[in-house]
Ligand binder design. Structure first.
Ligand code: ASP
Length: 450
């Protein structure tokens, strides 16, 4: 049994849904289908999920929302009309949304229910379409499938018992279409995963049914070894380990949601990234172990929007609890940190800029000065992290040398380096405005000189 998940661009309009139906029909093992909400049809289009969030915001401000509602219904109507499916679904979406607004749930829960309407409605549309083609398909709500999650709106975490519930899908004769992106708390509240969370549903379902393969259909032929917006026609990656994918998606590879790796990884289900627009292409397979490769580097990822808080104090290494106290200050402000490179008398804490508001920054700096009595505290903004990723890099020889040469060729000074804490990556911190040059040089050195 295979689980196939189709992302937003794969279900953006009727034409895409026809491709989806062909893909489902092409392989009898594709028995469980997970779908996103319709995504962008063209580059400056708006995803249905974003339209729903917009609608929710207008509603919560007590402003008239009919216009926003009609835009969403039109998106679905365009699909049902072209696919010749009953318009009844559109009225069901309308009354579903009115019911959410009319409920006495908290604004947070209303927003989650509203966001989930995109995937829920699309799953209904797709199952109706598959039926119209003569296939034995049904829509299955995540509650009926047994997807139980934590009561944390917008950030659902799966509860273990869900996996046993999902295993029962084996007994189903039909092709089951499940909407991605949400589950239910034990007391029946609809809770969504974080954004992009249909990948997470797909992975959970694949782990639950112990699928032979989790196919994640998107709009690229494979995962590329570097961002194609930075390097033209980069090499495709044919296979990756879960660890490598985790490191790459951490630093900007957005093909697959990083939280989605966990269920597949734990259950050892291979994940295949495939293209709805070119299903013949091999795709990229993500597995727990792969054969050693001649080039230990599989990819280069980069991400911007980092801040470094640098603290120095003479004899810091001897001061018991210095690091703990520093991190406690961040914890009190609910700021998670990314990395903490250290020296004898210095420590830097790297944080995502989005987590450190101006007010938080002022409070954090004031507390560091007061409680840690440092010699210096400075904040550096506009940093980028570049990760050179590959299993087996820790035992390779001369890789750091190659990497630093690339930075020298780009004429860029490295602000921070980290190799050794991770077996699968080397990390470099630089000024964000230089990131493209560096990635290009790294690509040349690791992939073009092979
Ligand atoms: N539709 C949701 C989002 O845009 C979830 C997903 O597409 O995976 O975040």
């Amino acid at each position: 049994m295979k689980v196939a998940k189709f992302g937003g661009s794969s279900v953006a309009n009727a034409e895409q849904l026809r491709k989806v139906a062909n893909i489902i029909q092409a392989d009898k093992e594709r028995k469980v289908i997970v779908v996103s909400a319709p995504g962008k049809r063209f580059s400056d289009d708006v995803k249905v999920t974003d339209l729903l969030i917009g609608l929710g915001e207008v509603y919560l401000k007590n402003e008239p929302y009919q216009k926003q509602l009609e835009v969403i219904l039109d998106r679905f109507r365009e699909i049902t009309t072209e696919l010749n499916i009953s318009e009844k679904i559109i009225e069901e979406i309308r009354s579903g949304i009115e019911n959410i607004f009319g409920s006495d749930n908290s604004p947070e829960l209303k927003m989650d229910a509203l966001k989930a309407t995109g995937e829920d409605s699309l799953a209904k549309v797709l199952s109706a379409y598959l039926q119209s083609l003569g296939l034995n398909a049904i829509y299955l709500n995540p509650k009926a499938a047994g997807i139980l999650v934590s009561d944390t709106p917008g950030n659902a975490q799966i509860l273990e018992e869900s996996y046993d519930h999902l295993y029962k899908l084996h007994d189903r004769e039909e092709i089951v279409v499940i909407p991605g992106f949400f589950g239910y708390s034990k007391d029946g509240k609809l809770i969504t995963f974080s954004r992009g969370g249909s990948d997470i549903t797909g992975s959970i379902v694949a782990a639950g049914v112990k699928a032979s393969l989790y196919e994640n259909f998107t709009d690229v032929d494979s995962v590329y070894c570097v961002n194609p917006m930075i390097v033209k026609n980069p090499k495709e990656i044919t296979s990756l380990t879960y660890k490598e994918m985790r490191e790459l998606s951490y630093a900007g590879f957005s093909v697959f949601h990083d939280e989605a790796l966990i269920p597949a990884f734990k259950a050892d289900i291979p994940v295949c990234i495939k293209n709805t627009n070119n299903p013949q292409a091999m795709g990229t397979i993500i597995v727990s172990k792969k054969e050693p490769q001649p080039n230990p580097v599989v990819g280069i990822a980069s991400d911007t929007g980092f801040i470094s808080i640098y603290v120095s104090k003479y004899l810091m290494n001897r001061e018991l609890g210095f690091g703990r106290k520093l991190l406690t200050i961040l914890e009190d402000e609910e700021i998670s940190f990314e990395h903490t490179p250290t020296g004898i008398d210095d420590i830097s804490v790297i944080i995502r800029e989005s987590r450190l508001t101006k007010e938080k920054e002022e409070r954090v700096i004031a507390r560091i000065k007061e409680e840690l009595d440092p010699d210096t505290v400075t904040v550096e903004r506009d940093l980028a992290l570049i990760m050179v990723v590959g299993e087996g890099m820790d035992s390779g020889i001369g890789l750091a040398d190659k990497a630093t040469h690339a930075f020298a060729h780009a004429n860029v000074s490295i602000k921070m380096m980290n190799q050794g804490s991770s077996e699968v990556s080397m990390m470099f911190g630089i000024k964000a405005d230089k990131v493209k040059e560096c990635v290009r040089e790294l690509y040349k050195i690791f992939f073009e000189s092979e």
